[in-house]
Structures are given as structure tokens and as C-alpha cells.
Design a protein around this ligand. Sequence first.
Ligand SMILES: [Zn+2]
Length: 282
Amino acid sequence: MNILTFDIEEWFHILDNDSTKTEKEWNNFPSRIHENMDRIFSMLEKTNQKASFFVLGWIAEKYPEVVRSITDKGYEIGSHTSYHQLVYEQTPKDFHSDIERSVKTLEDISGKKVTMFRAPGFSITESTKWAFETLIDLGIEIDSSIFPANRAHGGFSSYGEAKPSIISLEGVEIKEFPINTTKYMGKNIVFSGGGYFRITPYQIIKKWTEKSDYIMTYFHPRDFDPKQPVIKDLPISRKFKSYVGLKSCESKLLKWMDQYDFLDISEASQEIDWNEVNRIIL
Ligand SMILES: [Zn+2]
């Protein structure tokens, strides 16, 4: 099962960096969202694939037409928070009000119930399990915020096998679609989104796709945008990861979408027998 998802944010929503941290800084940058959304829609239309879109509330409030174009074209939406902050840097109270605002914004614009969520930078960790209670409390039924390996912004390395699971805590439950990993030279490697996808040659992606029975992708509008400005104060290693492979990413993803079938999250959820999956008790 291969699942296609996009996190809808601007090219400058780069985490953990002073010049791109909050709304105050974001307002100084030129927008590229419309041009980049057109590119994503065109890839989906060319290959006749479905996808789920996790939309940032800040984008939805500023450009409601982006949300309308996603839902008018028949794609489903979920929340990617309102203000793109790392979960483990927020208090439970701040996280609650941020998610509540994003869900309300997306529901008001789309007229559809929002039941899916992805955290910025996959930043739900072992130390912020409380985030799941907040999500369930606000009507979220499906989460896709678990990165079951070590990572700069979080990661949940004790999660276990990277497969759809039920997370259970304090007597409530949520369905989890983690990012998938593949074993390579003894390590758990991620290849299905962002900088990892851009840097991995297509032949290797193809090989790893064929040996995976579950793939959860995560792309951003900026992954396909070689014309985006460069954030000058990023450390060298982050600069590399943020800007490597932008030119070839569109054709690489098109090739992948041409060759394999992808589902959106709702379709995938319907195919899964949730009584049979792993239960993770937190
Ligand atoms: Zn994001």
C-alpha cells in the first residue's frame, strides 16, 4: 500500500531556524504557494492519482482559495497546525489552542469535517504523548506524525515497526499512519519524502518501493520549486538538505506516480483491517 500526502506550507516554513520561526518573519517573504500548488495538481492530474493534503492553518487563513481548490478537485484535507511550531516546544495548552484554530479554519472554508493531522517536523515524541489526547479531544481520528526513527526534529524511535497501528492511551484511541522506513546496511532509512526523496536516486527508490508493503510519502510544495529563494542563515548541512535535488524532484515523483498506484489516507484506512494491526499502548 502506497499513500500519497502533501504538507501544504510555504517555502519559508523551515523549522528550528531563527529567521523563519514565526508569523512576524513569514510576512517578510514573497509567496510562492499558488505556483507550487498548480505544479502538484498537475502531477496528480497527469497520473490520475489521489492524495491527502495536510494544510497549515496560516496558509488557509491567508489564502482560503488554496483550501477550496484542493477540496473542489476532490482531494481530502487534514490539519498541519495553525502556526507550524514544534510540538515538543509547546505547552499542552498552546498546542490545544493552535490545533483548535486550524481545525475550525479548515472546516469553515471547506465545509468538511477535519479528522486527520500531521505535526510539523514529525515532532510528536516519547515526551509529548499528551499531544494524542489533545488531537482525539478535538475530533482527530487519524494521525500521521510518527517518524519511527531518530531525527533532528523529534522522531519516535521506540515506536517499533513502521506500519499502520492503533495508538491507545488513557482509554482512548487514534489510528496512526507512520512514515515508513526501509532497512539499509543495518539502519532504518527514510526515502519517501522531503530531502530524503530528493537525494535518493530513482533506481534505488524503485528498488525500495518494490520491497516495501507500506509506503507513507510526505511532500511539500517547496520540494518541486527550484526558483524559491535561499534562506541565508541556515547551517551548511540544513542548506544542503533544504535545497538539494529541487530541479529533478518533479520529474522523479511523476515517474514514481506513473509506475506505482497510490492511495489517499481514507482509501488506505478502508483497506486496513484495524482489528488486525499492532496496538501501541502509550
Ligand atoms: Zn511542515
